[in-house]
Design a protein around this ligand. Structure first.
Ligand code: KG4
Ligand code: ZN
Length: 334
């Protein structure tokens, strides 16, 4: 299949456009980050995010077409993340996608942004084996799903409060680092590996596969308040904190592999760009004889290429949407 698809991702604060030939040939994958636009507010301002998407999305589509050396008439389908995310941001992408689909008379395909993350792996590996356990460690969601095939899967675990990425960002902010804090915490975790401080490993023994990181965030806040004299040891503190997160993710993912008798694991999502996380999963997978699929860092963080890759599989399977496609902020509303 050599269909060419255009994919749009405007779920949160990045505007991303990709053009994909077939299922894995990335002709363009352009992302504009808004993080500087929100810096002075200490977090993403939803209305500002939608406005920014509106400003940049059309020029970005033009640029992607130029980079891919294709024209609108060469496109076979339009795909867009229609959930989860900020409603105003999602609506910009969904509206542009509907307009293009209507004007070009080509199929419209909505995808779940979080479930698109594992498709970063399908872009770089010749073959991703099924059945597989997908661990997604994105900023807003931590998800574990057991997939027998592309469209035959079951979510077996999810974050019930703060996701791992969200927890890392909030704790980094607590220590005075700007958003997103993941990269700096990861740098410390690699440069100063430490488990000197024994922070909680939340719901490690809860008996299910759900994740909960808000208790760890609160523990970090209390620790910081109670031990101001230790703050000069910040690198070891943040490194030990990250070790707690890594331990929980590894424990739950490998426990699930064992219970479901699987030998394939994929890890994806923004937090997967962490060097520490990658090293830890690689080591564990090797020791346990698990085949690990792990994308390069530029495909871990939000990008439209992974969205278009999932879209290409839906296109092949004839799973199209119509112009009634809606945007949903919540992942479980659909
Ligand atoms: O998947 P993503 O780009 O956005 C969502 O879908 O939510 O994930 C963003 C998360 C943030 O928590 C950010 O701090 C983290 O990914 N992140 C990293 C790195 N790059 C991004 N964490 C650790 N190391 C990195 N290099
Ligand atoms: Zn994401």
């Amino acid at each position: 299949m050599n269909a060419i698809g255009l994919g749009i991702d405007t779920t949160f604060d990045d505007t991303s456009i990709a053009i994909l030939r077939g299922k894995n040939e990335i002709l363009a994958n352009l992302t504009l980050s808004q993080y500087k636009d929100h810096e002075e507010f200490g977090g993403v301002v939803p209305e500002r995010a939608s406005r920014k998407h509106m400003e940049v999305i059309h020029p970005l589509i033009e640029e992607a077409l130029k980079k891919a050396n294709v024209d609108f008439k060469d496109l076979s389908y339009i795909t867009v993340s229609n959930y989860p995310g900020l409603l105003g941001s999602l609506l910009v992408g969904v509206t542009v996608a509907k307009t293009l689909s209507y004007a070009l008379k080509i199929p419209l395909i909505g995808v779940n942004h979080v479930e698109a993350h594992p498709y970063a792996n399908f872009l770089v590996y010749d073959q991703v084996n099924y059945p597989i356990m997908h661990l997604v460690v994105a900023g807003g969601h931590t998800l574990l799903f057991h997939a027998k095939d592309h469209f035959n899967y079951k979510i077996i675990g999810r974050s019930v409060d703060d996701a791992a990425g969200e927890c890392v960002d909030k704790v980094a902010k607590m220590f005075g680092y700007p958003m997103p804090g993941g990269p700096v915490v990861d740098r410390y975790a690699v440069s100063t590996p430490s488990d000197k401080y024994d922070f909680p490993r939340p719901v490690l023994n809860s008996g299910d596969y759900n994740f909960s990181f808000s208790g760890l965030k609160t523990a970090m806040l209390r620790f910081r308040e109670k031990n101001p004299e230790l703050l000069s040891d910040e690198k070891a503190i943040l490194s030990s904190f990250f070790q707690s997160i890594v331990d929980v993710l590894i424990f739950k993912a490998f426990k699930a592999l064992k219970e479901f008798e699987l030998t394939n694991l994929s890890v994806s999502g923004g937090l997967a760009a962490s060097k520490k996380l990658r090293q830890s999963f690689e080591k564990e997978a090797k020791e346990r004889g698990i085949t690990l699929f792990y994308p390069p860092p530029y495909l871990c963080t939000d990008n439209a290429a992974m969205v278009t890759c999932l879209g290409s599989h839906k296109f092949e399977a004839g799973k199209f949407d119509d112009l009634n496609l809606e945007a949903y902020p919540n992942i479980y509303d659909v």
